[in-house]
Design a protein around this ligand. Structure first.
Ligand SMILES: Cc1cc2nc3c(=O)[nH]c(=O)nc-3n(C[C@H](O)[C@H](O)[C@H](O)COP(=O)(O)OP(=O)(O)OC[C@H]3O[C@@H](n4cnc5c(N)ncnc54)[C@H](O)[C@@H]3O)c2cc1C
Length: 382
């Protein structure tokens, strides 16, 4: 194996693998190093919900919304390419979604959110009570409001990760499992490679996409990019028959129907350090919410429960761009609850940075050394 690459990517989650895939499409030699097996952390644990595509003729001017809209447009395109190149179906489906309100406050919040959808050109319809039963008959009749979003989509993230890794390998990319990056070799304002327990791997550019572990790794070269882990727990139940057809969201809780009557119930948002053990109270609260939204789920068989660590950031925005003080150390992390949905456009932006092209979205908003956004600036939802 070569020990010198155009780019070394530290971290083989969805962000790292998407970047690696995008860079090999540009003809670069790339190695992905992961301290474990790639694609087994947050990116595996996630629910795979993707936002609805907005009107392609209305590119949002806000960088966050532009990143989301671009990703939503790239997903069907990437899914087709991955399928063609690897034969793997990543499960991309435009299954549609229903957002529901159970209280007066929920209803007000949803009305505000619907205002944003309108501005972004996202198709939606407020459902009359009789139509709720038509669109999603298993939902409780105890709803104050429901909005239907026909273009909301989902992927099977473990399948997508497999497809990305395979497409990357087929283009000559190297994946090194159990090769944790321990630090960086530097010369002035340049990195010359990464240090591992098995020696140095040299690179023209290094990309840090190590999820919730990125902050600690970057601190080793004096770069401050905190990525506090945000624990998310999820429960998978089996109803034995298809009960729901659409993704159902109620605030930060959701139901994602899978094939053959399975439903994912997510997700908690907890500050628990690097602990990934599921807990009884989270489990119970998810089941309670699920049964209140969809009474049939009270009888479902519990198949599995797990937790993952979302990479947080200073505020709710990801970090995308050069590490301060370095000309060829790139950071792509901190996507919190939206790493699956934002990964394709993040990868394309990193390709712009690596190749020295003008970035297709202004990166000022995502720069590592930005001033933190004020609280309430969270426009990502999943
Ligand atoms: C329960 C739950 C539900 C979610 N649902 C959704 C959803 O529906 N939609 C959505 O968009 N997002 C969702 N998310 C968020 C999403 O999963 C994350 O934002 C995303 O997976 C982050 O990807 P990542 O590649 O940055 O991190 P990770 O997937 O954590 O990958 C980081 C990788 O880096 C490796 N690594 C760490 N340290 C090193 C090192 N020193 N050297 C080399 N490798 C290293 C790790 O082993 C890991 O493989 C959810 C998350 C959770 C937990």
């Amino acid at each position: 194996m070569a020990d010198r690459f155009d780019v070394v990517v530290a971290g083989g989650g969805i962000v790292g693998l998407s970047i690696a895939f995008a860079l090999t499409r540009e003809g670069l030699s790339v190695a992905v190093l992961d301290r474990r097996q790639p694609g087994r952390e947050a990116s595996w644990a996630g629910a795979g919900m993707l936002p609805a595509q907005s009107d392609p003729d209305r590119t949002p001017s806000h960088p966050t919304l532009a990143l989301r809209a671009w990703s939503a447009r790239l997903y069907p395109e990437w899914s087709a390419v991955l399928r063609e190149e690897t034969g793997i179906d990543n499960g991309y489906r435009r299954s549609g979604g229903v957002d529901v309100a159970m209280t007066e406050t929920d209803e007000r919040d949803l009305r505000t959110t619907a205002g944003r959808w309108r501005v972004e050109g996202i198709a939606y319809e407020r459902l009359a009570p009789a139509d709720i039963a038509r669109v999603e008959p298993a939902l409780t009749t105890d709803l104050r409001a429901a909005y239907f979003l026909p273009d909301r989509a989902q992927i099977r993230n473990p399948w997508h990760l497999r497809a990305l890794a395979e497409a990357f390998r087929l283009r000559g990319g190297i994946v090194l499992s159990h090769r944790g990056v321990e630090g960086f070799a530097t010369q002035g304002d340049r990195v010359t490679g990464v240090r591992t327990a098995d020696g140095e791997v040299h690179a023209e550019t290094v990309v840090v996409a190590a999820g919730a572990w990125s902050g600690d790794l970057l601190e080793g070269v004096g770069v401050s990019a905190p990525t506090p882990p945000v624990k998310g727990q999820i429960v998978l139940v089996d109803c034995g028959r298809p009960v729901l057809r659409r993704i159902v969201e109620h605030g930060k809780r959701y139901l994602v129907p899978r094939d053959e009557g399975r439903v994912l119930i997510g997700a908690t948002e907890e500050e628990a350090g690097f602990d990934v053990l599921p807990t009884a109270d989270a489990f119970q609260s998810l089941l309670d919410v699920a049964a209140s939204l969809c009474p049939a789920l009270a009888d479902a068989r519990i198949e599995a429960t797990w937790a993952g660590l979302r990479p947080g950031s200073l505020d709710s925005r990801p970090y995308i761009g050069l590490a301060p003080g370095f000309r060829n150390l790139v950071v792509a992390t901190g996507h919190r609850r939206a790493g699956l949905q934002l990964s394709p456009a993040t990868a394309e932006l990193v390709a712009d940075v690596v190749l020295g092209r003008p970035p297709r979205i202004d990166l000022g908003y995502f720069r590592v050394d930005r001033s933190p956004a004020p609280a309430g600036d969270d426009v990502f939802r999943s």
